[in-house]
Design a protein around this ligand. Structure first.
Ligand SMILES: NC(=O)c1ccc[n+]([C@@H]2O[C@H](COP(=O)([O-])OP(=O)(O)OC[C@H]3O[C@@H](n4cnc5c(N)ncnc54)[C@H](O)[C@@H]3O)[C@@H](O)[C@H]2O)c1
Length: 280
């Protein structure tokens, strides 16, 4: 077999069609820019039409990219299938899928019960909603967009997990002064379960269509600095060998790598980018 020389063109995504779910959010915008910069045509999708339009404008400000938007609810399989059909009718066959959508849970305090983020009071409806978006939604999108990839014998499915897919939340990070134990805020159980589940989905997909040249990996980012409470940022930074949170642009290179031929022998892995926190 002839040895193929490695070159920078391995990162080139020209001619590829990428779809990002939850593209209106903090990282979805960055993933979209990364893919567009590498030359892909990018379909930015989100349930929130207004935020999607604003995010699209932000991406367009970064360059003359091939980017379009499409409102899509990952919890609605009919909607996802209709989007796939409509894109395909326009000649857009998605071969790079980034499952990024997630719910940022709203914490309530229920009279007589306490905070709904705490395990003792965790609301089953909240659990179901978060799982429907972060885990079931990713499976639905993989199923709908993955089949044409398998047919085309070219595809990458990238699941955005979290450093919390490999370790448990350190609940001391969220503690507030002058608050009794039962009222202390916590990272909810749903987040850890969804992110660990995404790694399972990644492994499943990595073998399912491997013979059709469809790869699947997970990217597990550490916390992104977004003007969080100072005490939280200091506590978290103390747990990270690089001694800081990530900036929102720092995952772009990993997105380009994992979605391109530069990573064509990487399959079924969970790439943890956490400033070294998980090796302590
Ligand atoms: N920001 C971080 O520090 C961080 C760290 C590790 C992992 N992550 C993961 O990265 C991903 C993106 O995070 P983010 O900070 O950009 O989140 P975000 O809350 O800013 O964005 C999430 C997006 O998902 C969309 N969404 C919600 N429900 C949807 C649905 N039913 N269908 C389609 N879209 C829907 C929201 O409208 C929102 O635009 C998430 O999976 C998150 O868990 C984020």
């Amino acid at each position: 077999m002839a040895i193929q020389p490695f070159s920078g063109t391995a990162f080139d995504l020209t001619g590829h069609h990428a779809l990002v779910t939850g593209a209106a959010g903090l990282l979805g915008i960055q993933h979209s820019i990364a893919l567009a910069e590498a030359g892909a045509t990018v379909v930015m999708t989100d349930i929130n039409e207004q935020a999607l339009e604003a995010s699209f404008q932000r991406v367009k400000e970064q360059g003359d990219f091939n980017v379009i938007t499409q409102v899509m609810d990952v919890t609605n399989p009919e909607n996802v299938r209709a989007v796939q059909k409509s894109l395909s009718a326009q000649g857009i066959i998605i071969d790079r899928l980034i499952n990024n959508a997630a719910i940022d849970p709203k914490v309530k305090t229920v009279e007589g019960l306490g905070r709904t983020d705490r395990l003792e009071n965790f609301d089953i409806k909240q659990w179901q909603t978060e799982v429907a978006v972060g885990l079931t939604g990713a499976m639905t999108c993989a199923s709908v967009f993955g089949s044409p990839m398998a047919e085309k014998r070219d595809g990458v499915i990238l699941n955005i997990a979290s450093d919390l897919s490999v370790f448990s939340p350190d609940q001391r990070l969220y503690r507030k002064n002058n608050t009794v134990d039962d009222e202390q805020p916590v990272k909810p159980v749903s987040y850890s379960v969804i992110k660990a589940g995404l790694v399972g989905l990644t492994r499943y997909l990595a073998t399912y269509w491997a013979d059709r040249n469809v790869r699947s990996n997970a990217l597990s980012p550490g916390g992104v600095y977004a003007e969080q409470d100072e005490q939280f940022v200091t506590r978290l930074s103390n747990l990270i060998p690089l001694a800081r949170m990530a900036s929102e642009t720092e995952y772009r290179g990993a997105i380009q790598f994992l979605c391109s031929d530069a990573a064509k022998y990487m399959n079924g892995q969970n790439v943890v980018m956490d400033g070294g926190r998980s090796v302590l």
